[in-house]
Ligand binder design. Structure first.
Ligand code: FMN
Length: 238
């Protein structure tokens, strides 16, 4: 049985990032039907921030001092083969729920500094079965530069934890998913993310063609900016 955990860090369980992620998971399942998928919406969790006490390393190995939703669910998440993060960009980076989750994950690492490939980080505890993580991220502004901090943080998890982090999907100008008629852009993105999921399930990677088509900006930039700004202006109250 192949197990997948989806970690959604958007406050909107039916938002743009989960729309793409659900299609990716459906595509994956079309190739590996016997897998079990669990979706965790972090906005519904009660999980305070890591306070850096490191009791989880030195006093009670593997156990955080916070007895909360993170401590409850992480045992199941750690049994997954694959973790998929659905993460919108907030103020130029992965949002706080992603960062909180990753910082709390320190309790699943061994304290000793060890090399993963060529760089020092940590190994996960022996009961962590996660082999790989995938990042699916969206942002409202145009341009791929908006994803640099989030992808760079995601990639660093490879040497910090030993978990493979070499696959991500990025969708800029995400509000066009709302502005264009549903049948145009959302159907295309649905099909592309489905194709990405099935490609990933069979080859372990996603072709450049699919990734680039997902990152495409469907409305010309100037038109998009006008549409967003008009939308925002119409939302002001007197
Ligand atoms: C508090 C907040 C901060 C945001 N900051 C950025 C930002 O810095 N850059 C950007 O391009 N989009 C930003 N956005 C827009 C979201 O990244 C974008 O709408 C995303 O697609 C939302 O995904 P969702 O529908 O899954 O929640 C921000 C949204 C919110 C609510």
């Amino acid at each position: 049985m192949h197990k997948i955990s989806v970690i959604n860090t958007s406050y909107n369980p039916e938002g743009k990032t989960m729309f793409l992620t659900n299609a990716f998971v459906r595509g994956f399942k079309s190739k590996i039907p016997d897998e079990e998928t669990k979706i965790y919406h972090l906005a519904q969790w009660n999980f305070p921030a890591c306070e850096g006490c490191l009791d989880c390393w030195f006093k009670h190995p593997g156990q955080c001092v916070h007895d909360d939703d993170f401590s409850r669910y992480i045992k199941h998440i750690n049994e997954s083969d694959l973790v998929i993060f659905a993460c919108p960009v907030w103020v130029g980076n992965a949002n706080h729920l992603f960062r909180n989750f990753i910082e709390r994950f320190i309790c699943c690492l061994k304290p000793i500094f060890e090399k993963n490939d060529d760089m020092y980080g940590h190994k996960t505890l022996d009961d962590v079965k996660i082999k790989e993580a995938v990042m699916i991220t969206t942002c409202a502004l145009p341009g791929m530069h908006n994803f640099e901090p989030v992808i760079s943080h995601f990639k660093s998890l490879n040497y910090l934890t030993g978990i493979k982090t070499q696959t991500w999907l990025m969708k800029p100008q995400s509000m066009e998913m709302k502005y264009l008629p549903y049948t145009e852009v959302n159907e295309q993105l649905n099909a592309l993310c489905h194709a990405a999921g099935s490609c990933f399930a069979t080859t372990g990677t996603i072709s450049d063609d699919i990734r680039e088509s997902i990152s495409k900006q469907y409305i010309p930039e100037k038109e998009y900016i006008d549409a967003v700004n008009n939308d925002f202006l119409s939302r002001f109250h007197d």
